[in-house]
Design a protein around this ligand. Structure first.
Ligand code: T4K
Length: 369
């Protein structure tokens, strides 16, 4: 192939639509600090996500970092998954908390809820699972464990924007769910994120934490960060939200085309359709079992790259194998995660990916079968 195809390509509204959306900023000169666009987007997203409570932030990572702070978690252990983006684990460690890694389910790649309880100690303060690739965690089991052991639950919902479980927006589970609106996500505000939460007190705290801990002009009673979404990002969010359903419908077509080619291929494991979940078609992971498929993940990755196709090894290496944690964690304690991480490739997926390109990508993949 002559053209390059990358793992994803940002959704972007028509140029004029964005220019129209930001033009009044030239009248108001109001560019950040919870301006009109921030407020409008917050209200619209509350509706779209079916959330009781929501607050917007500068990105998904700060949503995670500040959520742990707003829950008052400053010491102890947090049970989490190593099969995720760096952000999840870093948010825990940067708060002075100790990540305790739980293995993952071999089908959904989310935290294996049956293995959580064995990891609970008297130091455990929270569970931080990830709805990885948009696969929803075992919410019922996790809620039950958290209740019985009096633990907080923070969902990393970076991949799960707009999804529902049994008809309920995924942001409504746990104490808080953290979304990412990064340029590479199904829904983007260029950079951005949000928290959906249960307790109104949490809302007051996170609002202060994203704005230096300021309570009012004369009272600063928290040690906050600066994690506000600016008006240009909120404007992008307002535009992208108008096109989102159409974008997801197009993603669905791309995913269906992949499935036509790759489903039922021996040695190839794909994402699953989960009962009760409406998916957003965020990622298309494929797991290669070399001994059955005939070729390993790295061979397929290389042949795709040689053909100008930038598939990605999300999520390799596991976060408990990162260089920055050398000697600190034992990745052999999460063997399923380790195996999936060495075998998985996320294939290009975005709304405007041509179906003929999907055909070509699959042809190149299947050359090794
Ligand atoms: N939790 C989880 C589970 C996450 O996956 C993430 C982020 C977070 C938390 C934290 O949320 P944020 O703080 O980011 O809001 C990308 C994204 O930067 C990151 O947001 C995302 N997860 C992660 C899975 O993917 P990289 O390092 O792979 O990005 P990069 O620059 O290689 O881009 C990937 C592809 O996207 C490019 O090949 C082309 C396309 N692209 C990229 C950019 C930057 C675009 O089309 N437009 C763009 O503007 O991390």
């Amino acid at each position: 192939m002559d053209k390059k195809i990358l793992v994803t390509r940002s959704s972007i509204p028509p140029f004029k639509e964005y220019i129209d959306e930001i033009s009044d900023i030239w009248e108001s000169h109001w560019m950040t600090n919870m301006g009109e666009k921030h407020q409008k987007l917050q209200a619209e997203l509350k509706g779209y996500l079916g959330a009781d409570n929501i607050d917007l932030l500068v990105n998904g990572h700060m949503a995670l970092e500040l959520s742990l702070q707003a829950l008052g978690l400053s010491e102890g252990e947090v049970i989490t998954t190593p099969f995720t983006f760096a952000s999840t684990t870093h948010a825990i460690v940067r708060n002075g908390l100790e990540p305790v890694f739980c293995d993952i389910d071999p089908v959904t790649f989310t935290i294996d809820a049956d293995k959580i309880e064995d990891l609970i100690t008297d130091k455990t303060v929270a569970i931080l699972p990830v709805h990885v690739y948009g696969h929803i965690c075992d919410i019922e089991k996790i809620e039950d464990i958290a209740k019985r052991h009096n633990l907080k639950v923070v969902y990393d919902a970076a991949h799960a924007f707009g999804e529902t479980y049994k008809g309920v927006g995924v942001g409504n589970f746990g104490d808080v769910s953290c979304f990412s609106f990064h340029a590479t996500k199904v829904y983007n505000t260029i950079e951005g994120g949000a928290v959906c939460y249960r307790d109104k007190k949490f809302g007051t705290l996170i609002y202060q934490l994203k704005n230096f801990g300021i309570k009012n002009e004369e009272v600063v009673d928290g040690i906050g960060a600066n994690a506000k979404m600016n008006e240009f990002c909120a404007a992008m969010g307002l535009c992208n939200l108008r096109h989102l359903d159409e974008e997801i419908a197009k993603r669905k077509k791309v995913v269906e085309r992949y499935r036509q080619h790759l489903e039922n291929i021996k040695g190839l494991q794909l994402a699953v359709a989960q009962k009760g979940v409406t998916t957003n078609y965020a990622y298309f992971p494929a797991v290669f079992d070399e001994s059955v498929f005939g070729e390993g993940r790295d061979d397929v990755f290389k042949r795709l790259a040689d053909n100008g196709i930038g598939a990605r090894k999300y999520f390799y290496p596991l976060t408990n194998s990162f260089d920055c944690f050398e000697g600190r964690f034992d990745a052999s304690k999460t063997p399923v995660a380790m195996q999936i991480s060495k075998r998985v490739l996320t294939l290009p997926l975005y709304a405007d990916l041509a179906l003929e390109d999907v055909d070509n990508i699959c042809r190149i993949i299947l050359e090794g079968h």
